[in-house]
Ligand binder design. Structure first.
Ligand SMILES: Nc1ncnc2c1ncn2[C@@H]1O[C@H](COP(=O)(O)OP(=O)(O)OP(=O)(O)O)[C@@H](O)[C@H]1O
Ligand code: SF4
Ligand SMILES: [Mg+2]
Length: 371
């Protein structure tokens, strides 16, 4: 057993116990080099999809990760559950007791920090042991279920892979119960169908049932309603909220839609170009946004409160999201930031120094030189 350090407290939500504590985490993808790059010996370049982020994920809560397309949400979610290998940094996660026992037996020299392990450092061959603890629900319910399998087989497979259920009968009971849990009834009828015999909303609920079957502590839900008919979205959101309330499952909910994040989450983290720029409760983020980028996101959604509309009247974003290969210096939002224009006294800082996430108001964090 390694040294004991207190990673369990986290730094963003002092009243919560965290299921995951993420520190200085990065995920870079190498940019393919052309022949001229090789001949001219240009240095290797990287897409800095996730760039040194800190985040705490409170147990039994829904934390939404919000931002524009390409800002690194999916890469963050995939890296947190080790579907991607991190480039650097730490992901302290508290596994289920039985998972920790298994890991202790399998991994020589496993460092344990108050019941948490740094899964960023877990060698790839042991990552499969995390699957009973962490699952993902993908955006596209049309491609995430094997079309040649019946729903029953799709759901039974992970149980077999992980040796869960003593007998065929026991596994059958578990599968039918999971379908009932997500309100796919009569479960026997649904279990006998192929994916193409279900609606998009029903398929997404099968995906939720599949995640649920392994009794995970932590689920990443990556834009789970984006491809579903508007009329069916509410029931998927309700299913996820039920997982939190009834099963105490922690959910990282990924969305580009602040309105949905506001409705479903306990906390919101706003991401811009590989960085977390603001963290707070939905009320703080939506009614008292601090970071100019968050203000611009809110400006883009219909807000019924006229006083808020007045507060945000001069806020907009200039231009396009820059490439994650050539990230602007200093505050990476500065080329698009209107506050940068309005506040000449901080411009040099904005251009040259990267602001860190600081607690601006109680429980409300922002990374911006205005604060
Ligand atoms: N496998 C990959 N290889 C190379 N670059 C990648 C890979 N996956 C993502 N990227 C790049 O990393 C950046 C972040 O992408 P990511 O998919 O994480 O964003 P996102 O916030 O989920 O966007 P969206 O809202 O469109 O789903 C983008 O610049 C993207 O092109
Ligand atoms: S640090 Fe400067 S450029 Fe960045 S968001 Fe704040 S005001 Fe805008
Ligand atoms: Mg994505």
């Amino acid at each position: 057993m390694g040294s004991v350090v207190d990673v369990t407290e986290g730094m963003f939500f002092p009243d919560e116990k965290n299921v995951m504590v993420v520190r200085d985490l990065s995920k870079y993808f190498p940019v393919r080099r052309g022949l001229s790059d090789v001949i001219l010996r240009r240095p290797a370049r990287f897409v800095r999809a996730v760039d040194h982020i800190d985040l705490d994920i409170p147990e039994g809560k829904i934390l939404s990760l919000v931002g524009e397309s390409g800002c690194g949400k999916t890469t963050t979610g995939m890296t947190l559950i080790r579907l991607y290998d991190p480039t650097s940094g730490s992901i302290f996660f508290e596994p289920k007791e039985e998972t920790l026992d298994k890991l202790k037996r399998e991994v020589g020299n496993l460092d344990i920090y108050n019941g948490y392990i740094d899964i960023a450092k877990l060698p790839a061959k042991y990552v499969k042991f995390l699957r009973t603890d962490m699952q993902i629900i993908f955006q596209d319910p049309y491609s995430s279920l094997n079309p040649t399998y019946r729903i029953y087989d799709i759901l039974e497979e992970p149980l077999k892979v992980h040796g869960i259920g003593e007998s065929e009968d026991e596994r059958r009971d578990m599968v039918l119960k999971a379908l009932e849990e997500v309100k796919l009834v009569p479960a026997e009828d649904i279990a006998a169908r192929f994916p193409h015999m279900l609606s998009g909303g029903q398929r997404q609920r099968v995906a939720i049932a599949r995640a649920l079957l392994l009794n995970p502590k932590f689920i990443v839900a990556d834009e789970p309603i984006a491809m579903i008919d508007v009329s069916l979205r509410a029931e998927i959101l309700l299913s996820l909220m039920e997982l939190r309330d009834k099963h105490k499952i922690t959910i990282l909910f990924i969305t580009h839609d602040l309105t949905i994040a506001n409705n479903i989450s306990d906390y919101i983290a706003v991401m811009y170009l590989g960085k977390i720029v603001e963290i707070g409760t939905p009320d703080e983020i939506v009614n008292n946004p601090l970071h100019p980028y968050t203000k611009a996101l809110i400006k883009a959604i219909p807000i019924p409160d006229p006083s808020m509309r007045n507060k945000l009247k001069d806020i907009w974003i200039k231009g396009e999201v820059p490439s994650a290969v050539n990230i602007p210096s200093g505050c990476r939002f500065h080329p698009r930031c209107m506050d940068y224009e309005f506040h000449p006294e901080i411009q040099e800082r904005c251009r040259n120094e990267e602001p860190k996430l600081i607690e601006v108001e109680k429980g409300h964090y922002a990374a911006c030189w205005l604060y």
